[in-house]
Design a protein around this ligand. Structure first.
Ligand code: GLC
Length: 745
């Protein structure tokens, strides 16, 4: 090789080496993420910056092709990964490899009162989202259960901010351990579905900080959620998804949160407000990308309009760069993170997780004459009655509807469990919902039935009268107005004539167990006439096996209610004090809206019933077991060596029954004298302990200043007032077993 060739090849080699050595910072995993963000930002044109702030399809936003930054894919939902839809439409894409595990509803997760279940849940659903290559999972839903009518209560974690906060945080950690972002939703005060696009939730700072924000704060600040979804509604006059107060002052200001705010689908209505109100990504505006001429995604509020505004100096580049940084950070934490695990889907582990969470969340509300667990030495013939015994429930409910790989319904679960030991006869009893497609996911069922309502009842009564035991599977079913997004329930009554049917069954057979499958509280006028009631939740793939295990006693139920079970709406502050569903008003800027004053303020759920000495059907935190637990005397010590007031409360709990069981021990704190009104007591700790028969465990709780403080809206700060407090320990809000006073200096 001649001299020149040698020189040339050396130079080429040097150049290549130099090139390799010069990996751009934004692509260098070893560099701090914010340094990578700045580097990427510096390489982006205005057009590229605007492009990543809004959707390019139903569920995706573009990356930066010129820099090799990948698209950002999102997908629903809180209980399972939604099947693929067409680029521009809600309709199914018809894939054959996007079936998923449908996990139990989030209300069931909350009912486990077990943060380990939240971690298991988040990790498992995150693995499925990762496997489907989704970088943002559009969940969890953490809106407070303010009215039993809310169509989406099943997607949320109950009425208490402390319980919802603890469970949401570990769900978030679990999901994000997969390199998948959560998108905690719907921020905030999105507490019912009627008029969800136009409701203006009006609430003071105490309700905001003490009730409606804690779960979001725990998800964003404690667990570091990487994205958050703004709700459709308005809050105190401005749309939530770009609300100055909620987004700029609290979320990005006081909480100093570094994630990306993503709009709900179609929640954006104005460029200036969205730009200045802290929105970072716009999805779902006019989402059928085919309407009108050209690419309708260019017509998004944060698309061409925003581009022109920045170009013309109406909007600052710095403001734009903050949004771009947040979206780039989201992308680098997920799609660009080369060290993410691979995920998995429909695995035995996920099916087991579905079952374990369900088994820990099912709540035994009533059990007289020890009718449960089923004694197969006596019970030889079971009549299973009710549409929810056979209805597929992993579909329906709106955006959380899923294409589960399989679903074991209750009847099948009972047949699996009891096989030939017991004769099982089934009768429909009523026809509720015969829809066979939800968002174009086929239910694989044809539930039409030619019989009249009277004939259905007669056939059910006929089957019941000769049975040793009647298991009634009823409740709601995620059809419109029956636990579904976009529609609230129209009353607390069970639909489809179920109450009359239950009365007819009781008349011929007193040995009846009602399994209520729903995501929210229902009225139970027949409660005193039935021997047992189970709150069954939507339990996903393993529904039937989960419920059969509980009914058979293979699993000792340990779930407790994450919300107060009202007997009627006038026991609920949102209705008693008005003004559900709200008062129409024309707003000069927002147009026709519906004002909803949160007159119950901080008194939501048991905070309302206890203040007004109302006895609900079942109290918050209620749940029975097949064994019994005895609580000893609570004691309290001031924690040694702590400067400020920190206390430890300890109480012995004993399993006094004949079988192993878990008990959720609850700690409430009462401020006996305060300058501002406070609830009678508030949940400030819980611990789920598993005890063998005869075993005693000393359960301890720490009471920190957080647990003593209330939000003073005048001082705009959390305050602890010196004086007398009480620690109350119990099995539910309505079943306090021991209390102890203490003084705060
Ligand atoms: C829906 C829901 C939201 C969901 C989104 C995408 O309208 O409000 O929870 O994630 O749109 O389907």
């Amino acid at each position: 090789m001649n001299f020149k060739a040698i020189v040339f090849s050396c130079v080429a080699l040097w150049g290549a080496t130099a090139a390799v050595a010069q990996t751009p910072v934004y692509l260098d995993d070893s560099k701090p993420i914010d340094q990578r963000v700045e580097d990427a930002l510096s390489r982006m044109s205005l057009k590229e910056k605007i492009a990543i702030l809004h959707a390019q399809s139903k569920f995706s936003a573009p990356g930066v092709p010129s820099l090799g930054i990948p698209d950002l894919w999102t997908d629903d939902g809180p209980m399972g990964v939604r099947p693929e839809v067409l680029w521009d439409e809600w309709d199914q894409a018809g894939w054959t490899n996007d079936s998923c595990t449908a996990f139990p509803s989030l209300t069931c997760l909350a009912a486990t009162w077990n943060p380990e279940m939240a971690t298991l849940y988040g990790k498992s659903i995150g693995e499925e989202a990762r496997y489907r290559n989704k970088s943002v999972l559009l969940g969890p839903g953490v809106n407070i259960y303010r009215t039993p009518l809310n169509g989406r209560n099943f997607e949320y974690m109950g009425e208490d901010p402390y319980l919802a906060a603890q469970m949401a945080a570990d769900y978030v950690r679990g999901v994000q351990s997969n390199g998948v972002a959560v998108c905690v939703k719907h921020f905030a005060l999105n507490n019912h579905e009627s008029n969800r696009y136009t409701t203006n939730s009006i609430a003071g700072d105490r309700a905001l900080y003490e009730i409606y924000l804690p779960a979001f704060k725990a998800a964003c600040v404690d667990a570091g959620a990487w994205s958050l979804m703004g709700g459709y509604n308005l809050v105190n006059g401005q749309h939530a998804t770009y609300n100055q107060r909620l987004v700029n002052e609290i979320l990005k200001g006081e909480w100093n949160w570094d994630g990306a705010v993503i709009s709900d689908w179609g929640a954006v209505h104005d460029t200036k407000q969205a730009v200045e109100g802290g929105l970072d990504m716009e999805f779902g505006t006019g989402t059928d990308g085919l309407t009108g001429s050209g690419n309708s995604y260019d017509k998004y509020w944060l698309a061409n309009k925003y581009y022109d505004g920045v170009r013309d100096g109406i909007y600052s580049e710095e403001q734009l760069n903050d949004k771009v940084r947040r979206v780039l950070r989201l992308n680098m934490r997920t799609a660009m993170n080369r060290n993410r695990p691979w995920g998995s889907i429909n695995s035995p582990e996920h099916h087991q997780a579905c079952r374990t969470i369900g088994e820990e969340g099912v709540v035994l509300l009533k059990n007289t004459d020890k009718i449960l667990p089923i004694a197969t030495d006596k019970v030889k013939r079971i009549a299973v009655i009710g549409e929810n015994g056979i209805k597929r429930m992993t579909v329906g409910g709106g955006s959380s509807s899923l294409k589960a790989q399989y679903e074991i319904h209750p009847l099948e679960g009972l047949q699996n469990r009891f096989g030939n030991d017991v004769e099982i006869v089934y009768e429909r009893g009523y026809v509720g919902d015969t829809v066979t497609y939800y968002n174009n996911v086929w239910t694989k069922q044809d539930l039409r039935d030619p019989r009249s309502a009277e004939q259905l009842v007669a056939d059910a009564v006929n089957a019941a009268k000769d049975a040793d035991l009647v298991l009634f599977f009823g409740g709601l079913n995620k059809a419109y107005h029956q636990d579904s997004e976009g529609t609230d329930r129209e009353s607390m009554d069970l639909p489809y004539g179920q109450n009359e049917l239950i009365e007819a069954l009781v008349a011929v057979n007193p040995n009846i167990v009602v399994v209520n499958i729903s995501g929210t509280g229902v009225a139970m006028p027949w409660l005193d006439k039935v021997k047992a009631v189970i709150q069954g939740w939507y339990l996903g793939n393993e529904t039937g096996n989960t419920l059969a295990a509980i009914l058979a006693g293979d699993v000792n139920p340990s779930g407790k209610l994450p919300y107060t079970y009202y007997a009627s709406l006038d026991q609920c502050g949102a209705h008693k004090l008005g003004e559900y569903p709200g008062t129409p008003r024309h707003d000069p800027i927002e147009g026709d809206i519906i004002d909803m004053h949160y007159n119950d303020d901080i008194f939501v759920g048991y905070r309302f019933t206890e203040k007004n000495k109302i006895k609900p059907t079942f109290p918050f935190g209620h749940g029975l077991s097949y064994t019994t637990f005895e609580y000893g005397k609570a004691t309290i010590d001031r924690k040694k060596g702590t400067a400020d007031d920190v206390f430890t409360v300890t109480i012995p709990v004993t399993n006094t029954g004949d079988r192993e069981g878990s008990e959720i021990v609850q700690l409430y704190v009462s401020d006996l004298k305060s300058s501002l009104p406070r609830p009678v007591k508030e949940l400030k700790g819980f611990s789920k302990v598993r005890l063998a028969p005869g075993q005693t465990e000393n359960v301890s709780f720490e009471i920190s200043r957080d647990a003593l403080s209330y939000f003073d809206d005048k001082a705009h700060d959390w305050v602890v007032e010196p004086g007398k407090f009480e620690a109350l320990v119990g099995a539910s809000a309505g079943d306090i077993r021991s209390k102890v006073s203490f003084e705060v200096q």
